[in-house]
Design a protein around this ligand. Structure first.
Ligand SMILES: Cc1cc2nc3c(=O)[nH]c(=O)nc-3n(C[C@H](O)[C@H](O)[C@H](O)COP(=O)(O)OP(=O)(O)OC[C@H]3O[C@@H](n4cnc5c(N)ncnc54)[C@H](O)[C@@H]3O)c2cc1C
Length: 598
């Protein structure tokens, strides 16, 4: 059984050497965010994830949740870890001091978020959802609601959820039925049943603040008639503390393939008192604040699980003795060599490493843009960063969760039959990872968002913007001898990607189904291109560092892994391009009733 060790060396490489967060903060006038301060957070965060959280991960999977008398009990150790998280101030980290927060930049906090996911993904969902809900309330709720709910949520005393899904309404939120009746005092009575609500009930906090999508009586049909309501489990009393129950109940919890320690609840709202967040019928737009935050969070889940799967794999590959190296015994004193001597095992390990370390650059690069979008004094730069985040969000969510499926599956494969057995713990990672391509908008929906809305919806501008950023990096690092083949490869694929985008745009004008037919392959292409960009920059930085210190194994490994990415993983875009060009006709040729069992 593996144990988690926070990958601080690589996190430091990305945070300080590749992206230089400190330099950015200085440019934004946040001089207090020094390297020492960032380092302190990384080190303390690593200690929390390794010592407090990681020991609860296996327990959570094995023990699961108990549902009794309408209440969810979390697994042993969860409450203690949560209390410690709050006492140590982690819950307040990214929030505005106005609400009791520490005002640390949310982009940098992704590095801590990664460690929390690797420590225990199911546990992290409670605090992650609270963060997303509180940010949504801060962004869209009126002053009174913010005063009443945010300080408690920021402290972690009260948690948050997002309540969108109903039994008949998943991807298609336009048909949801929950309703809200206005009351004379300005509040609303919310009634309806939501399903699949993560952290809908639990014993970590004294109150739970639900953000619920529902319809007003006169609402237009479809997504233009959805409003957002804040509905607490318990109403705050006159002093702002937990008061009367509010007609919110958990009917049952789901029995699931993975994330056993995260309650997935059927939630009944029965004439529950709620308050409007944002304007009537504009609830979906407000909820997008939460969904976009949560989508990046899910991409980070994919990445954090990949890191853990990779750690388990390297430990096992160095330990497990089977067969001899093809070039002769490497450990003649032992009955066999460790499996890491075999080229095929190395193929798997390097593939994991390339996704994990490249994925880290992609996540934190998005984090740097998040900070720029909030802190950059230059308005044009802020807008550019927001556009870039919008483009990258479906890629981080969609591509890094697909990568997590591959990386966790490779971990099982590297463990051989032992990977299929519960004892080694890697099958848990594959089961936990499986939800990430599904929730927060399935990856099919992320792909449509990327190609339909982000690419074609901006007339191709957002894709051109990211292409321009890639060209800058190609020019910056392309002259370095060790890196120039990578730059040339990325440049070649970039031309192909631009050409494909134009072709698909022309095809989509004639037939909208062309977008749906090409979208998933397009998402993969965009993902490999973005990862290629990240690997180019990482290899460029490593090369410069090697010029100062040619024997540094860390940087040498970066170049080896970059080569693996450019020679073995980036070429996968060829098949995705062929599939994207294959068009809609073949997919739509069979009538639905011809998909029959012959
Ligand atoms: C463990 C877990 C936790 C969850 N947590 C929450 C939560 O906290 N809050 C919440 O509100 N919900 C939550 N969900 C719900 C989750 O977000 C939905 O399951 C997801 O959005 C998909 O909806 P669905 O299951 O109804 O699938 P459907 O919408 O029925 O989709 C089925 C399939 O059809 C495809 N599809 C559907 N429509 C289209 C389309 N227009 N174009 C192309 N393909 C399409 C989908 O991609 C998918 O492959 C959770 C679900 C699970 C399992």
């Amino acid at each position: 059984m593996y144990s988690y060790r926070a990958p601080l060396r690589d996190i430091r490489f990305v945070v300080h050497e590749v992206l230089d967060f400190e330099e950015n903060y200085r440019a934004y006038g946040r001089e207090e965010l020094t390297r020492d301060l960032l380092e302190g957070i990384l080190e303390e965060g690593a200690r929390f994830a390794e010592d407090v959280l990681a020991p609860t991960n296996r327990v959570g999977d094995e023990h699961g949740l108990v549902f009794e008398n309408g209440q969810v009990q979390t697994p042993p150790g969860f409450k203690e870890a949560y209390d410690r998280y709050c006492q140590d101030g982690w819950s307040t980290m990214v929030f505005d001091p106005e609400w009791g927060g520490q005002g640390l930049p949310a982009g940098f906090a992704l590095s801590f978020g990664e460690m929390l996911v690797s420590g225990n993904m199911a546990w992290r969902m409670y605090s992650g959802l609270t963060e997303s809900a509180a940010l949504t309330i801060a962004a869209h709720a009126g002053e009174e609601l913010r005063q009443r709910f945010l300080p408690k949520m920021v402290k972690g005393e009260w948690s948050g959820t997002m309540c969108l899904t109903e039994s008949h309404s998943g991807t298609d939120l336009g048909i949801l039925k929950s309703r809200a009746e206005p009351q004379a005092d300005g509040s609303f009575r919310v009634t309806g049943t939501k399903i699949f609500i993560s952290a809908g009930d639990h014993d970590l906090t004294s109150n739970i603040v639900h953000l619920v999508l529902a319809r007003l009586p006169d609402a237009p049909p479809g997504t233009r008639g959805i409003s957002l309501f804040l509905v607490p489990k318990f109403l705050p009393d006159a002093d702002g503390n937990v008061g009367e129950a509010n007609g919110v109940s958990c009917g049952s919890i789901e029995h699931k393939m993975g994330i056993h320690a995260s309650p997935t609840c059927v939630m009944h709202f029965n004439d529950s008192i709620g308050w409007l967040v944002g304007k009537p019928n504009e609830g979906l737009a407000c909820m997008f604040t939460m969904m976009n935050h949560a989508r990046l969070g899910v991409g980070l889940q994919g990445h954090g699980l990949s890191e853990l799967a990779w750690q388990a794999s390297i430990a096992y590959a160095n330990d497990r003795l089977q067969g001899r190296a093809m070039t002769g015994a490497k450990e003649p004193g032992k009955p066999a060599d460790p499996i890491i001597v075999h080229p095929d095992v190395r193929r798997m390990l390097l593939t994991q490493k390339a996704f994990v370390e490249g994925g880290r650059v992609l996540c934190f690069l998005t984090g740097r843009e998040i900070d720029s979008a909030h802190l950059n004094p230059d308005e044009t730069a802020r807008r550019r960063s927001s556009d870039l985040i919008a483009f990258l969000t479906p890629i981080v969510k969609g591509f890094l969760t697909e990568a997590a499926m591959e990386v966790t599956s490779l971990a099982v494969q590297i463990h051989g039959g032992h990977g299929f057995i519960r004892q080694t713990g890697v099958e848990q990672l594959m089961r936990d990872a499986r939800i990430t391509p599904i929730y927060e908008g399935t990856n099919g929906v992320q792909a449509l968002d990327l190609l339909g809305r982000k690419v074609f919806g901006t007339g191709g501008k957002s894709q051109q913007m990211i292409s321009a950023r890639m060209v800058d990096s190609i020019q910056k690092f392309g002259t370095l001898p060790d890196v120039s083949p990578f730059a040339a490869e990325l440049g070649k694929r970039l031309e192909q990607w631009n050409k494909l985008t134009a072709e698909l745009g022309a095809a989509a004008l004639k037939n909208p189904e062309e977008v749906g037919a090409a979208a998933t392959d397009y998402l993969h292409i965009a993902g490999y291109m973005c990862l290629g960009w990240c690997w180019l920059v990482a290899a460029g930085v490593a090369t410069k560092k090697l010029a100062e210190n040619p024997d540094d194994d860390f940087y040498k490994a970066k170049l080896v892994t970059a080569r693996h990415f450019f020679t073995r993983l980036l070429p996968r875009v060829d098949s995705h391009m062929a599939a994207a060009r294959a068009g809609a006709a073949g997919l739509m040729a069979l009538a639905a009733d011809h998909f029959a069992i012959a």
